[in-house]
Write a protein that binds this ligand. Structure first.
Ligand code: MG
Length: 508
């Protein structure tokens, strides 16, 4: 079969048929007598804070994603737990800081580490409540068959098991990666994803979401649409190529946005609008070394691979007509770790049995009067070390080595530039006054520094700190972490920048 005729859907259609023939009875009504809402969680890869229309993007348009914000709530201070793919996704799926579940960095194709089956994923929480659960897109929490989404609570899965640049066409390290597989369920349906195939990814994922919604319109469903884009290499279908003034990056975002439009229209057509919560956010900030193929963090400092705001703060919008006040904006601190307990609460589902870090932020989403962030502080680890603490308006950076493209030759056309090292000291910023983290005021606020350091110290002892050689007392192992030779062997070394270094750090 040629690449052009690979539909990413024929095997899928058969499996869907099987799945659809054994539907479970729907769950009992949630609180208030209403059935639990459907949930569509759209999660982009390497999307910056400034990359959407509602967050200031120029040169292209995102009317459908903007509609989610306009008809719902926008959270302006929404964080991931680390500015890199696997770690960020582990937090999203488990409601835990990634350090608690021992998933760091970006897992490589040859690694045998994955999310532990002892953890309870968001999909498992909702599945236990009677939801139909489906996923399309990038998983990146383990690529062995037993580690794929269908073994973590998803009824069905179509997508790439890890990043779309982990393939033999990597611009800098082509020999380090095997062929990139496309997965349906836990089986490879295409052993060698080509450039032509990558052009079809965004459309295929969006179509899968629409198909899933149609198939499960009569029962609560959860669909996790984890786009591979706009992570490099950027690909878009011919219909979107050359549409925008922002080049390939703008085209890619417009194709993602078109898929969001298809989803919203499908919900309207099926009269599921008021029964469906749609969330849009992303895993980490823009990969700035890729220059014109990278997104923008807007007013925030730096991007992916750093614990400055540009790496860890993401655009967030949620729409649920009749429940979330339209056009609302919430400036309280929240994070991806909160989505599992929040969605569990909204669905009337049982929380995971093991301790998690996230909190129920449904009062923030639903616009409850006086709702405040449930977090005294949020903690940001990278490469196993605690690097940042956000508490109220304050942000404390702990001393570490970071990176910047400032003063460097930018990447172009899919070939990255080179970061230079950026030493970070003990730095305190008031984000209300200084969103761009320009002026370190640690020296003039020793009391704030001491308070945040004490909070950080407690978390370092709970979840560990590699640079301080602290083993966290509450850390739980990843799958394949203990006693698996491959998990202890040399990881792949392809790529450049933070993601490469992070490959080596999947297991403490
Ligand atoms: Mg990413």
């Amino acid at each position: 079969m040629t690449s052009a005729t690979r539909p990413y859907g024929r095997a899928a259609a058969f499996l869907l048929l099987l799945a659809g023939s054994c539907c479970l009875p729907g769950p009992a009504p949630a609180r208030g007598g209403e059935p639990p809402p459907n949930i569509v969680l759209i999660f982009c890869d390497d999307l910056g804070y400034g990359d959407l229309g509602f967050s200031g993007a120029t040169g292209y348009a995102t009317p459908n994603i903007d509609r989610i914000a306009r008809e719902g709530v926008r959270l302006t201070d929404f964080y991931v737990s680390s500015a890199v793919c696997s770690a960020s996704r582990a937090a999203l799926m488990t409601g835990c800081y990634h350090e608690r579940v021992s998933i760091r960095g970006a897992l490589g194709p040859k690694m045998k580490v994955g999310l532990s089956h002892a953890e309870t994923t968001l999909a498992e929480v909702l599945k236990a409540r009677g939801y139909a659960t489906g996923m399309a897109g990038k998983w990146h929490l383990g690529c062995l068959p037993s580690q794929l989404p269908t073994h973590h609570g998803f009824d069905e899965y179509l997508g790439l098991p890890y990043s779309n640049d982990m393939w033999p066409h990597h611009p800098e390290a082509p020999k380090d990666f095997p062929n990139l597989p496309m997965i349906e369920g836990d089986r490879v349906i295409d052993a060698d994803v080509t450039a032509l195939d990558q052009k079809s990814l965004t459309g295929a994922y969006s179509r899968r979401a629409v198909e899933f919604i149609r198939k499960h319109a009569d029962r609560p469903f959860f669909f996790y649409l984890a786009h591979s884009m706009p992570h490099v290499p950027l690909f878009r279908s011919d219909a979107f190529a050359g549409r925008t003034r922002r080049g390939a990056f703008g085209d890619v975002i417009e194709e993602i946005d078109a898929g969001v439009g298809d989803i919203l229209r499908t919900l309207e057509e099926l009269k599921l609008d008021g029964r469906t919560l749609v969330i849009f956010t992303a895993d980490n900030g823009p990969w700035l070394s890729y220059g014109d193929h990278a997104g923008s963090a807007g007013p925030l400092r730096e991007g992916k691979g750093t614990s400055f705001e540009g790496g860890i703060r993401e655009p967030f919008a949620a729409r649920w007509p009749g429940h979330i006040p339209a056009g609302s904006t919430c400036r309280e601190v929240a994070a991806t770790i909160d989505l599992l307990p929040t969605l569990a609460a909204i669905a009337g589902a049982s929380p995971p049995p093991l301790p998690i870090d996230g909190k129920d932020i449904s009062p923030l989403l639903l616009g409850s009067p006086g709702a405040r962030s449930p977090h005294e502080a949020l903690f940001i680890w990278y490469g196993g070390s605690l690097q940042a603490i956000r508490s109220g308006d304050w942000k404390l950076l702990l001393p570490h080595q970071s990176q910047t493209m400032n003063g460097q030759a930018p990447g172009r056309g899919g070939i990255p530039g080179k970061y230079r090292k950026l030493p970070v000291g003990l730095e305190l910023y008031n984000l209300k006054d200084d969103l761009g983290e320009t002026t370190n005021i640690a020296a003039s606020h020793p009391d704030v520094v001491a308070r945040l350091r004490a909070l950080g110290d407690a978390m370092q002892h709970e979840l560990g700190d590699a640079s301080l050689k602290i083993k966290g007392r509450a850390v739980r192992p990843a799958d394949g972490q203990d006693g698996t030779p491959a998990a202890q062997g040399a990881p792949p070394t392809a790529g450049r920048g933070p993601e490469t270094r992070a490959h080596a750090a999947a297991a403490p």
